[in-house]
Design a protein around this ligand. Structure first.
Ligand SMILES: [Fe+2]
Ligand SMILES: [Fe+2]
Length: 337
C-alpha cells in the first residue's frame, strides 16, 4: 500500500463528503469551516504527536477523518424553554441535515443507521469502514477508530471509563487539538470575529471599538479549556496561544488611538476585512488573499501616496504589525505553534 496515495484519497473523500450539502451556515459552522478546521487539527495533532511521542501517521489518518460526519449536524435541538437538549453524555443534540448528494460515506451512514448519533460516534463507524477498504493493519484501523470516537469527551467519565477512552496518547492528543482549534489562539480569534460580526451585522451593525475592547472577556473565558487539556504539550501550546491573544488585544487597543491609519494599514483594517467576509469565510483562502494582495497593496500605498513623514512611519509600523499577525496565524494554522 502506498501511504501517500491512500492519504490523498482520504483527503479527497473528506472534501467530497463536506461538499455533499448545499447549505452554508448552521449555528457556528459554515461551509468551509469543517475542511479548514480538519486540516488545522490534523497538523496540530501531528505536532503534538511528535512532542509527546505518539504515532504521527495514526494522527494524520484519524485527523483527516475525525469530522467526516459533521456536516449532518443541523441546528442544536432545544426544549420548550429554549434550553439546549443534552444526551446522557452531555453532548448537544442536533437536527439532522440530509445531504443533497451521496457518496460512499453517506451510503455507509444509512447502512449503519447512524442518524441521531453524535458525530464522534458516527464518524468512528465511518472511519472503521473506510479504513477497512484499504490495506491497513487491523490494529491500526482499530486505533484510528478509537481516536475519532474519543475526539469528544463525555461528561462525568469514571476513572475507569477515562482510561478506556483516553488510555492511548493519540486519543488524548486529537481531543486536545480539536478543543484548542476553535477556542484558543489566533485560530480561535479568526472564528470568533467571523461569528461575532455575522450576528452583529444581522442585528444592524458591527462596532469595531466595542469589539476590540471586549476581547479580554472572550479570551479569558477560554482559560478553563487550557487548564483541562489532557497532555502537557497541549497545555503549553495552548497557554502560549492565550498569551499571544492577550498581547494581540493590547496591540489592537493601542491601534484605536490612531483610527484612520490603522483601519487602512493595521490590525483594525484586518478586523474590518474579516467583517466583510462573514457570509462565506474560508480560512486558507483569506489568509492567502491577505498575504498576496491586501498586504502588498498597503505597502504600495505607504510608499506612493502623498503623506507626512509621521504618517508614513505610522503606516509602515501598522503594516509590520499585520505582517507579524499573519505570520503567526499561518504558523498556528500549520500546527507549529
Ligand atoms: Fe468534531
Ligand atoms: Fe473537529
Amino acid at each position: 500500500m502506498n501511504y501517500d496515495q491512500v492519504l490523498s484519497e482520504l483527503e479527497t473523500l473528506a472534501t467530497e463528503t463536506f461538499s455533499l450539502w448545499d447549505h452554508n451556515r448552521v449555528g457556528f459552522q459554515w461551509r468551509h469551516y469543517t475542511w479548514n478546521h480538519t486540516m488545522r487539527v490534523r497538523a496540530m495533532s501531528m505536532e503534538l504527536g511528535r512532542r509527546e511521542g505518539g504515532d504521527v501517521k495514526l494522527l494524520e489518518v484519524a485527523g483527516t477523518l475525525h469530522d467526516i460526519t459533521k456536516r449532518y449536524d443541523g441546528v442544536i435541538l432545544t426544549d420548550d424553554n429554549g434550553k439546549r437538549i443534552l444526551d446522557h453524555n452531555g453532548f448537544w443534540l442536533n437536527e439532522m441535515l440530509t445531504p443533497a448528494r451521496n457518496n460512499v460515506v453517506t451510503e455507509l451512514y444509512e447502512k449503519h443507521n447512524l442518524e441521531g448519533k453524535v458525530h464522534h460516534e458516527s464518524g468512528a463507524v465511518i472511519t472503521e469502514n473506510i479504513l477497512g477498504m484499504y490495506d491497513f493493519e487491523p490494529a491500526f484501523v482499530e486505533a484510528a477508530t478509537s481516536v475519532v470516537l474519543a475526539h469528544l469527551k463525555p461528561m462525568n467519565l469514571t476513572a475507569e471509563d477515562f482510561k478506556l477512552l483516553y488510555g492511548s496518547i493519540e486519543n488524548q492528543i486529537l481531543y486536545d487539538a480539536d478543543t484548542m482549534d476553535p477556542n484558543i489562539g489566533y485560530t480561535g480569534f479568526f472564528r470568533n470575529i467571523h461569528i461575532h460580526a455575522y450576528f452583529a451585522l444581522q442585528r444592524g451593525n458591527f462596532d469595531l471599538e466595542e469589539y476590540v475592547r471586549n476581547l479580554p472577556r472572550w479570551i479569558n473565558s477560554k482559560q478553563e479549556f487550557v487548564d483541562k487539556l489532557l497532555t502537557e504539550s497541549s497545555r503549553e501550546v495552548a497557554q502560549a496561544r492565550q498569551d499571544r491573544n492577550l498581547q494581540l488585544f493590547t496591540t489592537m487597543v493601542a491601534e484605536l488611538d490612531d483610527m484612520e491609519i490603522n483601519r487602512k494599514y493595521g490590525l483594525l483594517g484586518i478586523i474590518e476585512y474579516f467583517v466583510s467576509e462573514t457570509e462565506d469565510p474560508h480560512f486558507l483562502n483569506q489568509l492567502e488573499y491577505l498575504k498576496s494582495e491586501w498586504l502588498p497593496l498597503r505597502k504600495q500605498w505607504a510608499a506612493e501616496e502623498e503623506k507626512s513623514e509621521s504618517e508614513r512611519e505610522r503606516a509602515e509600523a501598522a503594516i509590520n504589525r499585520v505582517n507579524e499577525f499573519l505570520t503567526l496565524l499561518e504558523r498556528e494554522g500549520r500546527g507549529e505553534i
